[in-house]
Design a protein around this ligand. Structure first.
Ligand SMILES: Cc1ncc(COP(=O)(O)O)c(C=O)c1O
Length: 418
């Protein structure tokens, strides 16, 4: 990683972006003979060389299982794995490393909370509040636990811009609400949810809040203490880290009171056939061999993002979103879905006369990778009366020129279809 990242001026210059781009080998790929323009970062980000090297170094030099053996390699692996947990703790500003549970990703984190926190506490008629802009990962686990307990799912509506209807939210959080589970940033619309307000309202009624941070952590600084949230989930692969690793932050007092999610090795204190007692936090929630290399490389991804600076990333990406909004709006027939003033790095759109899948296929021929479909948020599509959108999702290494390439490719789509 280049040390120039440590000191950034504002606004971010093209030279700095070029430095960042140089750190990501996948950005040098060509597709269909064209230079890759990667605008599918909401699905997963590319990885800097430092992250790729960290995984390789782990396997080359200290691959061993953690928490199990007294031999030197195992101690090295354990140290690195636990150091990664401390890194995540500081990244989220959690009060203690014990509040960080390594999981496969956001999906697993939310399922863990649904089954270990919510299930024992929900009874018939109790309520879980989510919103109409959730990813399926923050819908289905709650539907499953509601079906198991006869609890009821309540959904906060969104307006035409793609913002939460806050008055409706305040009405929905009532005496039967046991948990609020809301996204921090919408993956389909880009809307940034006013989560501090969401938490304040819920806490006034003694209701804990889980935030789905999958689309937030790479775009905004997150401080779980300042937010006072109870659970926060994110995936490493959307934060320039590896796939298969993510983290759940949980308030210690809540995690302590929760039963384990999965049973197996490493999560126990003592096992007899009559009775098993469980390990202390956070190991109680990490059954089996974890993704050690993933955790180690996630820590390096966090270093990377912090060296660039989340404030700089956030400011730069806001400029890109503004540029992208203007550029796409100039393409005849294009309508942007999700026009909240407070938006992060997502440009979802439809085009008169062209199906999003056709848009995706044609722009791919120009080297531009975007996502098309319902983005695992079918209720959002239904809310806007559309089957799908095309979505460009931005990262710190994207440029205005790349957005202009997308806009030019969209003009070509129009020539084909309209
Ligand atoms: C808002 C949101 N929540 C949850 C997820 C699920 O993340 P993962 O597949 O990494 O578990 C995603 C992935 O796109 C997402 O965008």
């Amino acid at each position: 990683m280049k040390m120039e990242h440590d000191v950034l001026r504002d606004p971010v210059s093209a030279v700095e972006v070029k430095h960042w781009r140089d750190d990501f080998p996948a950005l040098r790929e060509k597709v269909h003979g064209q230079r890759l323009v990667y605008l599918d970062n909401g699905a997963t980000t590319q990885k800097p060389q430092a992250v790729i090297d960290a995984e390789a170094e782990y396997y080359c030099h200290y691959n061993a299982n953690v928490h199990r053996a007294v031999h030197a390699l195992s101690e090295r692996a354990t140290e690195a794995y636990e150091a990664a947990r401390h890194k995540v703790q500081r990244f989220l500003n959690a009060a203690a490393a014990e509040e960080i549970v390594f999981v496969r990703g956001t999906t697993e984190a939310i399922n863990l909370v649904a089954q270990s926190y919510a299930r024992p506490r929900l009874g018939p008629g109790d309520e879980v509040v989510i919103s109409a802009m959730e990813h399926h990962s923050n819908i289905v686990p709650w539907q499953m636990v509601c079906a198991q307990t006869a609890a009821v799912l309540k959904v906060v509506p969104i307006n035409d811009a793609g913002e939460l209807e806050l008055e409706a939210y305040e009405r929905l959080v009532g005496p039967r609400t046991r948990l609020v589970a809301i996204t921090h940033v919408s993956n389909a619309l880009g809307s940034i949810v006013p989560v501090a307000h969401i938490i304040k309202v819920a806490h006034e009624r003694n209701v804990p809040v889980l935030l789905d941070g999958a689309q937030a952590v790479s775009h905004l600084p997150v401080d779980v203490c300042a937010l006072d949230c109870d659970f926060y989930a994110f995936s490493g692969h959307k934060l320039y880290g590896p796939t298969g690793i993510g983290a759940l932050y949980g308030r210690e007092v809540l995690l302590e009171a929760m039963p384990p999610f999965l049973g197996g090795g490493d999560m126990i204190a003592e096992v007899t056939f009559e009775k098993t007692t469980y390990n202390e936090l956070p190991h109680k929630f990490e059954a089996g061999t974890p993704h050690i290399a993933g955790a180690v490389a996630l820590a390096v991804a966090i270093d990377y993002v912090q060296a660039v600076g989340l404030d700089a990333i956030s400011a730069y990406e806001r400029e890109l979103v503004a540029h992208g909004t203007a550029a796409l709006s100039e393409v005849p027939g294009v309508r942007i879905i999700g026009t909240a003033p407070d938006k992060a790095s997502i440009l979802s759109f439809i085009m008169d006369g062209a199906h999003p899948h056709d848009i995706g296929t044609i722009v791919d021929r120009e080297g531009v990778a975007i996502r098309t479909g319902h983005h695992c948020a079918q209720p959002v599509m239904r809310r806007f009366g559309i089957p799908a959108t095309a979505r460009a999702s931005l990262a710190l290494y994207n440029t205005r020129e790349e957005i202009d390439t997308l806009a030019r490719a969209l003009h070509r789509v129009r020539e084909v279809f309209c």
